[in-house]
Design a binder for this molecule. Structure first.
Ligand code: PLP
Length: 425
């Protein structure tokens, strides 16, 4: 632990011992478990430092050079730096770094280019899409007319015949590609072809895979999708936040939709941390990191298949694995709870064509971004698959007492992989 950080935690402990204790407990939990939640990561100490600064004190409604409050000399520079880094990392003409998170970023895209009631074609939630891609319970499903595509039953991959048929029949104003439980590469070119055929705007949501795109291990949507959104906290390994990117032509409506359309003042401490994360993503070692994420996912998928786990689409091209537990005789929820008790953190998830209910589905979703940040490599994946198998089997057979010993082994294992922001001492 560095000095400054020790001082900070001491100050926090003096000012608010309850919160300090809870943060420390969470630090231990994040340290002692194998975190396979596909949307999570461990940010660097530098990113954490930036989020914990006095930039949080400043109000900055508007954009650089056009603010509604005075005193923006420094904030303008920080935001412009974040924007220029985003443009360089992703090779885009325009970037907006103000969205508070992925969901409001996506809502801004609707606000910028659609009218209420307009038709939108997106991937359905149970097939791997996100809530904001037109799910019934979301504002995007309530205020717009969603049409939803899915994957093929035989391949587990996007059903492009269905996408094209729906596009031709429904003439959507916008087509959304990307999602939250997609273990395979998104074919942006194919989506662009269909969007062009029906004169729809193509919007790529790369929240999960942004770090892989930045690291050159997933094809880029740039050149295919005019509008792109991403969270900054998943594979991109920045603070919780989001960015919108676009062609120069789409820039103005997009900016106006974020502010004043949906948001007030941007979170400047987050903007600074996004800039730090983007500088990290531009370094050569981030390419190594992105490569390792995928290598780990492929190795983990192979080890799981060997242990009889059924994977949607048979494997993975990216950081994410979607497991169908139907053949293992256990639901996703009891399996996820047992794994959590055993020190392996992930989430239960619907699988395509799930026969169980959304709150008690058949699947598990996992990803390798966080464990790769900790330095785990292919050689560790068979052991992780073995622990998962052991825990899931124990839960199925009602041997809950077998879970705590696994958690103990995992705690010992994790001690060799330090995380920024917490240490045992
Ligand atoms: C995570 C995610 C979002 C939403 O991000 P939040 O920051 O949780 O609002 C949007 N789209 C996709 C595809 C995601 O995976």
């Amino acid at each position: 632990m560095n000095d400054q950080y020790a001082q900070l935690t001491r100050r926090l402990a003096d000012a608010d011992p309850d919160i300090a204790r809870l943060i420390d407990t969470e630090g231990k939990r994040q340290h002692d478990s194998i975190r396979l939640i596909a949307s999570e990561n461990y940010v660097s100490q530098a990113v954490m430092d930036a989020t914990g600064t006095l930039l949080t004190n400043k109000y900055s409604e508007g954009y650089a050079g056009r603010r509604y409050y005075e005193g923006q000399q420094v904030i303008d520079e920080i935001e412009e730096l974040a924007i220029s880094r985003a443009k360089a990392v992703f090779g885009v003409e325009h970037a907006n770094v103000q969205p508070y998170s992925g969901s409001p970023a996506n809502l801004a895209v609707y606000l910028a280019f659609l009218q209420p009631g307009d038709t939108v074609l997106g991937m359905s939630l149970p097939m791997g899409g996100h809530l904001t891609h037109g799910a019934k319970v979301s504002a995007t499903g309530k205020w717009f007319k969603p049409v939803q595509y899915g994957v093929r039953a035989d391949t587990g991959r996007v059903d492009f015949d269905q996408v094209r048929e729906l596009a031709l029949a429904e003439r959507p104003k916008m087509i959304i590609c990307g999602g939250t439980a997609i273990p395979r590469t998104v074919d942006f070119a194919k989506f662009a072809e269909i969007a062009a055929e029906v004169d729809a705007l193509l919007f790529a949501d790369i929240a999960h895979i942004a770090g892989l795109v930045a690291g050159g291990v997933h094809p880029t949507p740039v050149g295919h999708a005019e509008v792109i959104s991403t969270t900054t906290h998943k594979t991109l390994r920045g603070p919780r936040g989001a960015m919108l990117m676009s062609t120069a032509e789409r820039a103005k409506p997009l900016d106006k939709a974020v502010f004043p359309g949906l948001q007030g003042g941007p979170h400047n401490h987050t903007t600074a941390a996004v800039a730090v994360a983007l500088a990290e993503a531009a370094r050569p070692d981030f390419r190594t990191y992105a490569n390792q994420i995928v290598a780990n996912a492929k190795a983990l998928a192979a080890a799981m298949v060997e242990r009889g786990f059924d994977l949607v689409s048979g494997g993975t091209d990216n950081h994410l694995i979607l497991v169908d537990l139907t053949g293992k005789d256990i639901g996703g929820k009891p399996a996820a709870k047992a794994l959590d008790a055993a020190g392996i953190e992930l989430n239960f998830n619907t699988v395509p064509f799930d026969r169980r209910k959304p709150l008690d589905p058949s699947g598990l979703r996992l990803g390798t971004a966080a464990i790769t940040t900790r330095g785990m490599t292919e050689q560790h994946m068979p052991q992780i698959a073995a622990w998962m198998d052991e825990a899931v089997t124990a839960a199925r057979d009602g041997r809950e007492q077998a879970l705590a010993p696994i958690a103990g082994q995992i705690r010992d294992f994790c001690a060799d992989f330090p995380i920024p922001g917490w240490s045992a001492s």
